[in-house]
Ligand binder design. Structure first.
Ligand SMILES: Nc1c(C(=O)O)ncn1[C@@H]1O[C@H](COP(=O)(O)O)[C@@H](O)[C@H]1O
Length: 165
């Protein structure tokens, strides 16, 4: 991430990776404030064995795109909302990449989805992980079904009126 101040948002990506027991590292690598280190980090990432980079930054968020320009790895960008502009600035900075340099951009503050997307990318070459992802998706499905059931019971219970009555 561009700063340790991004951690409260980015922590959700780490938690998602924890849930899938995926090893990760966390670091501050700012394109603006430490450009040489950022280039070195990006250039060495694949050789160090990293498979996916999740890059979160706020404001003029150039970090994800700059990393994508120096690594062959997939880069997932997380727009971090700051005090002004509600993250629109970081969203647009990250999402509008020139052709040839892709960054998979998630929603503003969408760090959890960034972690889940990284898990899916890794799962393409890992059957166990793909299995876990299917279980996770089934859980989501069950939870949503349960919510619908509860809501129907509540509304139909209070109005005494519903289809099939
Ligand atoms: N967008 C970038 C980059 C970059 O893109 O290289 N480096 C830092 N930042 C962002 O500046 C914001 C404020 O940082 P501070 O809280 O350290 O002042 C953070 O959201 C960070 O990601």
């Amino acid at each position: 991430m561009g700063s340790d101040s991004d951690w409260p948002v980015m922590e959700a990506a780490a938690k998602a990776l924890d849930e899938f027991e995926i090893a990760y590292e966390v670091d501050v690598v700012s394109a603006h404030r430490m450009p040489r280190e950022m280039v070195t980090y990006g250039e060495q990432a694949a050789d160090r064995g990293l498979k996916v980079i999740i890059a979160g930054a706020g404001g003029a968020a150039h970090l994800p795109g700059m990393l994508a320009s120096v690594t062959p790895l997939p880069v997932i960008g997380v727009p971090v909302p700051l005090k002004y502009l509600d993250g629109m600035d970081s969203l647009l900075s990250i999402v509008q990449m020139p052709a040839g340099v892709p960054v998979a951009t998630v929603s503003v503050a969408g760090a959890r989805n960034a972690g889940l997307l990284a898990a899916r990318i890794l799962a393409t070459h890992d059957e166990d992980l793909q299995h876990k992802m299917r279980d996770f998706q089934q859980d989501l499905n069950d939870q949503a079904t349960e919510k619908g059931k509860r809501l129907r019971a509540k509304v139909e219970g209070s109005s005494g009126f519903g289809f099939g009555k």
